[in-house]
Write a protein that binds this ligand. Structure first.
Ligand code: B12
Length: 475
């Protein structure tokens, strides 16, 4: 069959991210013997026009729409993406007779709502490398796609789902040939690193998080040698920056250490990044191994520095782990971004102050701190249930496609936003979601790339903010 994969995501905030999942889906279709094309809309000026052109020329039998984001996760300036996806699907229907299937993290989180909103025929959950070829084989043979585990659809107005089975992450399926599908130069010009994942699954129990819903709770690890081979292939294709996008990079600890050891020995010339370090497993030996491996930027997802809030979020670590992680970061040179999420369950004015105080006192001034305000609520999470019990969430699950946020009843939302704005104003290494609203952020990446600045750009947060302030722009 002829398969067209369409990557719908066009968001360049905080940066343009390569459509990893769409590439995995395309590679899986190609590997199963189908004639496959990928249309990446990231840099298209006229997305609907580009899609209609491909639909007319290529005449796909199946169009797979990869939906990454439901919204931008920004409480103050929410942007919702399903309407854009629905309009594109209408355009595809207008121009060709392809059957339409949804995939991607957004689709997997709210399949029923997205099937209803977009009018697509099916939605594929779980790992595309495992499910998509089977789905296509059944479709090609004239069978019923709903017989395939991981496929869902609307049947006579009701939602029917065949639950996905967890796939093994041997490696190959997770490592598509990015250069075959994407304009890698365009991404390099936007200072985007190529994503690589070394495991599937998330065994942690964070009350608000969707990762176990998306990938299951059990870890399926890639062999570190397979990840190294993928790194080598990317380096050979000219990719300089690679970002490990594991849900948590440093768990299991031994797996991360082994990978770092291999990367250090292999000297591929690539620079590595990850934004997903868990404080419990962030210590001196790990950071030393990451330094030897060639990590140029790391992120610690801390969320809060208050023990009560961390417990209410269901975190596996406490403030003592944060202190230890901060000491380990201080003792080495890799630039670090700390990520916090204020306003979660149990949050009060004093717990917010505690987290801000940690960021002022324990984060090196040369490092950056990113603050989210409010917690995006997703159906099926423990926090959703808690919000319904508290009475702060009353809307039906089907309507949660529109961004809906939790903020603690123990704290006034307006006060939180004002306190955060004041902290960002006073500390030049702090940024919040508002900082990402800069209209010229994409131009800034282009300029930095042109000037030969190395990734990650956020390591220059203080300098950039000072420069912008000098120009009268307060970010
Ligand atoms: C790493 C990550 C980031 C990194 C990305 C770095 C990089 N270089 O790529 C950073 C920190 C930059 C980031 C930013 C954002 N992120 Co993010 N991110 C992730 C994370 C942890 C992994 C994404 C990834 O690469 N996965 C690996 C690929 C292979 O998986 P995948 O894309 O889902 O594809 C698989 C399946 O979905 C399926 N599939 C995909 N497409 C298709 C198509 C078809 C046809 C089929 C059949 C199957 C299929 O097959 C693939 C293989 O199994 C996910 C959580 C998660 N576990 O998914 C969140 C996640 C994708 N992010 C999310 C969000 C919201 C954002 C932001 C909007 C918010 C923010 N915090 O700033 C921005 C948007 C950035 C942008 N420009 O679009 C949400 C998206 C859903 C939603 N809630 O709207 C997620 C799911 C987390 C969450 N909160 O639930 N993110």
């Amino acid at each position: 069959m002829k398969i067209l994969i369409v990557s719908v995501n066009r968001s360049r905030r905080p940066a343009a991210v390569m459509p990893y999942g769409a590439c995995v889906a395309a590679q899986a279709a190609l590997g199963a013997g189908h004639e496959t094309r990928l249309l990446d809309l990231m840099f298209e000026g006229d997305p609907a026009g580009a899609l209609e052109r491909v639909c007319r020329e290529f005449r796909p039998d199946v169009a797979g729409f990869s939906l990454r984001n439901i919204d931008n996760n920004d409480l103050r300036n929410p942007v919702s993406y399903p309407a854009e996806a629905a309009a594109l699907i209408t355009a595809a229907r207008r121009t060709c007779g392809a059957r339409i299937v949804l995939g991607g993290a957004a689709a997997a989180l709210m399949p029923e709502a997205l099937l209803r909103r977009t009018g697509a025929d099916w939605c594929v959950l779980g790992d595309a490398a495992a499910v998509f070829p089977r789905f296509l084989a059944v479709l090609a043979a004239g069978g019923a796609p709903l017989s395939v585990p991981g496929v869902c659809a609307l049947v006579n107005g009701g939602f029917a789902a065949n639950p996905p089975v967890l796939s093994h992450a041997g490696g190959a399926g997770l490592f598509p040939e990015f250069g075959r599908w994407l304009n890698l130069r365009a991404y390099a010009r936007q200072m985007s690193a190529a994503p690589l994942k070394t495991k599937l699954g998330c065994p942690f129990g964070c009350s608000y998080c969707t990762y176990p819903v998306l990938e299951g709770k059990a870890y399926r690890l890639c062999r570190p040698e397979a990840a190294l081979a993928a790194v080598r292939a990317l380096a050979a294709a000219g990719v300089r920056d690679i970002e490990f996008v594991d849900n948590v990079f440093n768990s299991p600890y031994a797996h991360a250490m082994e990978l770092c050891g291999l990367l250090a020995e292999s000297r591929t010339g690539a620079r590595f990044h990850t934004m997903e370090l868990n404080p419990e497993f962030t210590d001196g030996p790990l950071l030393a191994a990451m330094g030897r491996a060639g990590f140029a930027g790391i992120g610690i997802t801390a969320e809060s520095a208050d023990d009560g809030v961390l417990a209410a979020l269901g975190k596996n670590y406490n403030s003592a782990h944060l202190e230890r992680a901060a000491l380990a970061v201080e003792a080495q040179r890799i630039p670090c971004m700390w990520v916090f999420m204020l306003g979660g369950p149990g949050e009060t004015r004093s717990t917010v102050e505690r987290t801000l105080e940690f960021a002022r006192r324990r984060v090196r001034p040369s490092d950056a701190v990113f603050f989210n305000a409010g917690v995006r609520l997703y159906p099926g999470t423990a926090l959703e249930a808690a919000a319904r019990r508290e009475g702060s969430l009353t809307m039906p699950q089907a309507e949660m496609l529109e961004p809906v946020f939790y903020t603690s009843p123990g704290m006034d939302k307006e006060w939180l936003l004002a306190a955060l704005a004041a902290a960002v104003r006073e500390n030049m290494n702090f940024i919040g979601a508002d900082s990402l609203q800069l209209p010229f952020l994409s131009g800034l990446y282009g300029l930095a790339h042109f000037a030969g600045v190395k990734q990650p750009l956020w390591k220059h947060t203080r300098l950039l903010r000072r420069g912008l302030r000098g120009l009268g722009i307060n970010t």
